[in-house]
Every structure is written in C-alpha cells, then in structure tokens.
Design a protein around this ligand. Structure first.
Ligand code: C5P
Length: 301
C-alpha cells in the first residue's frame, strides 16, 4: 500500500509588543509579549517511510538544516519518544516564512510536525500534552500551534489568548542577511550593561487597541525591546524602517529578533502600496504583504 501523506500548514508571527526582562538562571530572558499570527505559511508534509528524512523547498533553503537538528525532525523524535512511536517518516517542508527572519519560521515547522505526527499516529492526546512537548522545542512553538493573537509570558511559551477584532494589514520587508536570535539577545544584554535603553511598559493599552480593531490606535503602541539590539547589529534596518513610514505605513517595527521589518498599514490596499514603494527603494531583499490574526497549525484537508 502506498503511504498517505499528511500536510499541516503553520503561520508566521509578529510580536506586537515584546518586553524583555531579566536573564533567568536557565539563560532565557523573562518575556511579556503579544504575538499575532500572520498569513505567511510553511507547509509541512509527513509521509510514513522507513527512515527519518528531511526535504526543504522554497526561498532561503540553503540556510535550513536538513539533518536531525532541524526543529521539525526534533519535534517528530520528541513526540515519538514520549508516546513510544516509530519516528521514521519523510518530512517535506515548503518554506513560505522568511528563514532566520524573526518570524518564527522554524517554530512553525516544529508546530506543524508535532500536529502532523500526532494526527498520523492517531494519538489521543489533548492540546495541553502537545503544548508541553512544544515548549521543550522552542519558546515560540506553543504560539505557532495556537495562532491568532495571544499574550505570552515566561520565556514566551505560556499563552493567554487575546481578543482581536477584525483584520490587521501588514507589509513585511525581508532583509538580505538573517540574524541569529541568541546573538540579538546577547547584544541587548550588552547594550543594557553599557547604558539603560528604554524598556517596553505594560501591554495593557496595546491589548485594548488590538481588541478595538483600529490600526490607527494600535500603531503608536507597537514596541519591541529587541529592536535596539537588531539595529545595533544591522544598522541598515533604520533606513528600511524610515522608508516604510515615508511610504505610508502607520508604524514599523523589527519583527521579534529581526531582521524582518513589519509595517502596520491602514488597509490591504495601503499594504500593497507600501510594499511596492519599499521594493523600489532598494532597502530590503524583497517584500510580502500579510494579514492577521490567522489560526495556528492546521491540518490541510
Ligand atoms: O526558545 P528558542 O530556541 O526560540 O530561543 C532561541 C534563543 O533565544 C535562546 O537560546 C536564547 O538565547 C534566546 N532567548 C532568550 N529568552 C527567551 C527566548 C529566547 O534569551 N525568552
């Protein structure tokens, strides 16, 4: 019998608010963050096989590991070990999320692989069980499973769903070079030792703005403590941020640890216009438009 493949789609994320607290004894930073899932996706297809293999297609694939260190492979192995299954399968990842871009592309693959393997094996487990495994794989993996808009605490893995009305429209400027997340956190630690860069306050006003559905209200509240560190490592991103505002975006921030810049726009049409201007201005490698919130990892029928 020919094995039946199963495809799971998982979204990118942007942090609308990213407050970075102190370094914990385990080396992670205490976070208060508001995630929103965006309509850029990776598709992960699992096919039962006699070996665990990985195949990656799409933009930026040369920077994605195809060995057992790949987060999707680690997800399958972790779930197999926990529930006594055979992890052998072919994993095909079709990348639509920028690689090393601060948009949780690797976490999306892990979340998709977890949900896919649990479905393939017919595991009778709840979302809490899947969340527990997800959190061992990476701080953003639980959010990639859940999607929509959520408040994240701890190292980002403890989630509370947040109310969001309507649809927000985004233009994303993808950079030529990626940034390493640990390097960006280290740079923030260095900047904080050298001085006292401003810190994000409470996300309450931002959460109310998200619930109102009004992008004009949300725009001035977008904040990211990692932005100063990302700009310090890639100073050219300042020009990108400026160009997006000049092109008509309501606000622009570095997405997560960067270097992707995310621009909030007043409408879908505006997002396309901002993207066209940014592409012409030569301040980024390429642009995407997206909207959010969207659901987390979902089996494709
Ligand atoms: O959890 P994840 O593997 O995505 O984290 C990647 C790296 O980002 C960590 O090894 C750590 O250096 C940094 N990080 C952190 N504090 C967090 C999340 C990530 O310092 N809350």
């Amino acid at each position: 019998m020919v094995p039946t493949p199963l495809t799971v789609r998982a979204p990118a994320k942007v942090n609308l608010h990213l407050g970075v607290g102190e370094v914990r004894p385990d080396g992670f930073h205490e976070l208060v963050t508001v995630f929103q899932a965006l309509s850029l996706h990776d598709d992960v297809t699992l096919t039962p096989s006699d070996a665990l293999t990985l195949h990656v297609t799409g933009e930026g694939v040369r920077d994605v590991p195809t060995d057992p260190t790949n987060l999707a492979a680690r997800a399958v192995v972790a779930l197999a070990e926990r529930y006594g299954r055979d992890p052998n399968m072919r994993i095909d990842i079709a990348k639509g999320i920028p690689v090393a871009g601060g948009m949780a592309g690797g976490s999306a693959d892990a979340a998709a692989a977890l949900l896919g393997a649990a479905t393939l094996w017919g595991l009778e487990i709840g979302r809490d069980d899947l969340d527990e495994v997800a959190a061992t794989l990476g701080s953003d993996v639980p959010f990639s499973l859940h999607g929509h808009t959520a408040l994240g605490t701890g190292r980002g893995e403890r989630l509370i769903p947040a109310l969001a009305r309507g649809e927000f429209h985004w233009t994303l400027a993808l950079a030529r070079e990626g940034l390493s997340t640990p390097a960006v956190y280290r740079e923030l630690d260095r900047l904080r030792e050298a001085g006292d860069p401003p810190r994000a306050g409470s996300p309450d006003a931002l959460l109310a703005a998200v619930a109102s559905g009004d992008p004009h209200r949300l725009a001035p509240l977008l904040t990211n403590d990692l932005q100063a560190a990302a700009l310090s490592l890639q100073p050219g991103l300042r020009r990108t941020l400026r160009a997006g505002i000049e092109a008509g975006a309501l606000a622009g921030i570095v997405s997560g640890s960067g270097p992707t810049c995310a621009f909030l726009c007043a409408s879908a049409d505006d997002a396309v216009d901002v993207g066209t201007e940014l592409a012409g201005a030569g301040v980024c490698r390429t642009v995407r438009v997206a909207s959010g919130p969207v659901p987390g990892a979902t089996v494709v029928p």
